[in-house]
Design a protein around this ligand. Structure first.
Ligand code: HEC
Ligand code: HEC
Ligand code: HEC
Ligand code: HEC
Ligand code: HEC
Ligand code: HEC
Ligand code: HEC
Length: 261
């Protein structure tokens, strides 16, 4: 039962998104996924998911749970692309060649352009000054998302542990257990970091004390700012809360309960 509910929720989500995408054509100011056909592979035709299943049976089997499995991408000639080829492009030449790497098929793991065609808003974040080094160092979309899998918010081959799981596989220092943990990390790394990119150093969602005051502010009447039973008004004027000498151990500390170091 539970599974059915989740599936139908996904289905409604996608149906809604498809609708939203249609609306988007009329309203370019909206920031949501849009649905556009992949780059053309010269001379290739669309062959459908059943053909892919001949040689990639495992991927096809898992794919029915994937977020993108219900996508229908309209073509100018009135036909539609369903499933695998929405990301990988038309597969007939790939199949005729007996498959193979670099054989007439798009691999978005090597080039995120395929994802950007439908997620231009994500591209905009990766174009900001501070971003994950996608092209530069090969942190591809699938480092954090499983395009074929059950939960697109987890990296490939990770089945559980949604919160922080994609981040901690590469950033163990911030995600490891601490004697004095900072409860903010129980939520999600994305509470403070923009996962795709940001105008702020370290991809922070805010560059100043506001990052922390979203959870910690207690402003009392006389203009003092009470944090941890101490007036921080003058301290806050000196720099961000994590500046040297202050709470540098924002991710947790093994030595100091107030996350000083
Ligand atoms: C005749 C068998 C066959 C068919 C049909 C087939 N593939 Fe493949 N494909 C392969 C083989 C073999 C490889 C190489 C796998 C490897 O080296 O691990 C491959 C590799 C790939 C790759 C990786 C390419 C790269 O450059 O890294 C993608 C993506 C892919 N296939 C997608 C598809 C899609 C989508 C379909 C259906 C439209 C499809 N394949 C149909 C056999 C096939
Ligand atoms: C949302 C876009 C998307 C869809 C839809 C999609 N894929 Fe992929 N596919 C990717 C990405 C991204 C990668 C690169 C993953 C990686 O390198 O681990 C990939 C990689 C592959 C590979 C190569 C795997 C390897 O070992 O390098 C194969 C084969 C493949 N896909 C087949 C399929 C088949 C078959 C379907 C349909 C059942 C499908 N894909 C649907 C995005 C997609
Ligand atoms: C043909 C268009 C299309 C392509 C190509 C495409 N997506 Fe999507 N994607 C969508 C739509 C539509 C949705 C669902 C609507 C939404 O959440 O905005 C979606 C949803 C998602 C979500 C979940 C969003 C959420 O809020 O839950 C992620 C993550 C995602 N896509 C990543 C990718 C990645 C990574 C690639 C490339 C490997 C990719 N997409 C390629 C159209 C596409
Ligand atoms: C460093 C890890 C990471 C990388 C790399 C990454 N993402 Fe994400 N992505 C996330 C996280 C984390 C979320 C937010 C999940 C949440 O809020 O539950 C997310 C959310 C999304 C969403 C949902 C809507 C949104 O904008 O937040 C889409 C669509 C998406 N990613 C697409 C992509 C595409 C396309 C790529 C590659 C160009 C990519 N992501 C690369 C971590 C990443
Ligand atoms: C595939 C590995 C990988 C994953 C997964 C990953 N990152 Fe990264 N991250 C990197 C690399 C590589 C850099 C660039 C490091 C550098 O330039 O020193 C980086 C940089 C960063 C930085 C900036 C560090 C600095 O010193 O400027 C932050 C913050 C960050 N990542 C947070 C996250 C968060 C949050 C997530 C999960 C949503 C995540 N990362 C997932 C590999 C990864
Ligand atoms: C409470 C807010 C907050 C949360 C939650 C958070 N970070 Fe950070 N993170 C920061 C701040 C602030 C900095 C900048 C520290 C500096 O510049 O000295 C930072 C810096 C980083 C850096 C750069 C290296 C370093 O340690 O300075 C990485 C990588 C990073 N964070 C990863 C993560 C990961 C992974 C998670 C989730 C496990 C996470 N962060 C959760 C606030 C946070
Ligand atoms: C998502 C909410 C949230 C954010 C954002 C957040 N914190 Fe926290 N923080 C908490 C919670 C919850 C606790 C534990 C309860 C408490 O002590 O207030 C805590 C505890 C602390 C403590 C230990 C308090 C003590 O002395 O015992 C310090 C220091 C701290 N946070 C600093 C920061 C700094 C610096 C930032 C910004 C980089 C920040 N927090 C951002 C939620 C948050």
């Amino acid at each position: 039962m539970k599974k059915n509910r989740i599936l139908s929720k996904k289905w409604y989500g996608l149906a809604f998104a498809a609708l939203a995408a249609l609306l988007l054509l009329a309203c370019p100011a909206m920031k949501q996924a849009t649905v556009r056909p992949p780059a053309t592979i010269p001379g290739a035709d669309y062959i459908g998911i059943d053909s892919c299943a001949l040689c990639h049976p495992e991927t096809v089997k898992n794919f029915k749970y994937a977020r993108h499995a219900k996508l229908s991408v309209p073509l100018p000639d009135g036909k539609e692309i369903l499933g695998c080829e929405a990301c990988h492009g038309a597969g007939s030449l790939h199949m005729a060649a007996g498959g193979g790497r670099g054989k007439h098929i798009i691999n978005p793991g090597k080039n995120p352009q395929t994802c950007y065609q439908c997620h231009p808003e994500v591209q905009a974040f990766f174009n900001l000054q501070y971003h994950h080094p996608l092209q530069e160092q090969g942190v591809s979309c699938n480092a954090c998302h499983s395009p074929h899998g059950q939960d697109i918010m987890l990296p490939e081959n990770k089945m559980v542990g949604r919160h922080n799981a994609p981040c901690v596989q590469c950033h163990q220092d911030q995600g490891r257990p601490f004697v004095f943990e900072h409860e903010a990390l129980r939520e999600d790394c994305t509470t403070c970091h923009n996962h795709h990119g940001s105008i702020n150093d370290k991809m922070l969602v805010a560059s100043d004390a506001n990052l922390c005051l979203r959870c910690h502010a207690q402003i009392s009447a006389e203009g003092s700012i009470e944090l941890g039973d101490q007036n921080h008004a003058s301290r806050l004027a000196q720099g961000p809360c994590w500046a040297a000498g202050c709470h540098t151990a924002v991710h947790g500390s093994n030595m100091n309960a107030h996350l000083r170091y």
